[in-house]
Design a protein around this ligand. Structure first.
Ligand SMILES: [Zn+2]
Length: 154
């Protein structure tokens, strides 16, 4: 099923310039397969979450191989397939922690949800979403299944 929208945008609340933005100065135009993945990411996760939390800034969406290498991304990064976005909530009552908590508590089909202590949330998808929760402290490296990552939902 194609996620193509009448208005041509990747999502209701997200534009191609946001989803392909990079400060590296390197060409970063997503091929059609990655564009379709970005549409799916918006449709299944980013748009529904945006309706709840208000404005979201996309720090990084699609990354070409050159951009991913430049920013030090994982060699297998889902960003290179258009399957991931690093997002920050803009409304004052939504912190990255609270945003991660919301996404983890919902039935969103994410593969990896990574809370970065440096202040953003990575949402990644794959064909087989594992709903894996990871926490990355400022010093780098992931801690899997850290019990303190997501406070209990009350
Ligand atoms: Zn990311």
């Amino acid at each position: 099923m194609s996620m193509r929208r009448e208005d041509g945008r990747p999502g209701e609340f997200f534009s191609w310039s946001e989803m392909q933005g990079t400060r590296t100065g390197i060409d970063n135009v997503a091929p059609e397969e990655a564009r379709e993945n970005l549409r799916r990411l918006c449709y299944e996760i980013l748009d529904p979450v945006r309706r709840i939390v208000g404005p979201i800034r996309v720090n990084s969406g699609y990354r070409s191989l050159a951009v991913n290498t430049k920013v030090g991304g994982s060699r297998t990064s889902a960003h290179m397939k258009g399957c991931a976005a690093d997002i920050v909530p803009m409304a004052s009552d939504w912190t990255p922690d609270r945003l991660a908590q919301l996404i983890a508590a919902g039935d969103y089909p994410f593969d990896q949800l990574i809370l970065y202590e440096s202040g953003f949330v990575h949402v990644g998808q794959s064909r087989t979403p594992r709903r894996q929760l990871l926490y990355s402290p400022r010093s780098g490296g992931y801690q899997r299944g850290l019990s303190g990552f997501l406070p209990p939902i009350v």
